[in-house]
Design a protein around this ligand. Structure first.
Ligand SMILES: [Mg+2]
Length: 170
């Protein structure tokens, strides 16, 4: 019953994603969630390791953009030095802003991957857009209340997903 929420891939963190393989599969654009995907909520600017990753991905030929459900101030601080195409108040799982991002990057859903830590916002948004969806474990256990309420159901979905993956021998 949860299958429509299953991500295409699931990794421990954004640093574990096999980006080279994504390039080989002709993924050209990466849309990243910010909070608890690239940095904990309380870290205003990207850690050096994260900036380095995002720069490296661009050198590899990816178009990279940020899409957060958080507000303008959060995004502006985070993106100040990165200077990536970026969207705040993304309202994921609604697809409007993500579609806009793909339009501006000039990429199709088949050439796009969306990466985030929440199933009911990030992954669901990606599934509706028919892009490649990549779930990562949240960086920090600290969530804002609105997110904490969803974590229970997300846990059930991840368990069902892992069970199916194990059955499929992946
Ligand atoms: Mg998040």
């Amino acid at each position: 019953m949860w299958e429509k929420f299953f991500p295409d891939h699931y990794y421990d963190s954004v640093f574990e994603i096999p980006y080279k393989e994504l390039r080989q599969k002709n993924i050209q654009a990466l849309i990243f969630d910010i909070d608890n995907t690239l940095a904990p909520y309380n870290i205003r600017r990207p850690p050096e390791k994260t900036s380095n990753l995002l720069n490296r991905l661009q050198r590899m030929g990816f178009k990279v953009c940020l899409l957060t459900n958080n507000g303008r101030r959060r995004l502006n601080h985070f993106n100040e030095h990165l200077k990536l195409p970026a969207y705040h108040k993304g309202m994921k799982p609604l697809v409007g802003k993500a579609k806009k991002a793909m339009l501006i990057m000039g990429v199709s859903p088949e050439a796009t991957a969306l990466i985030g830590d929440q199933i009911l916002t990030d992954i669901w948004c990606g599934k509706r857009l028919k892009v490649t969806t990549i779930l990562v474990k949240p960086i920090s256990k600290k969530d804002v209340l609105s997110v904490r309420l969803k974590r229970g159901i997300e846990k059930s979905i991840v368990s069902a997903y892992l069970k199916k993956r194990a059955e499929a021998g992946e």
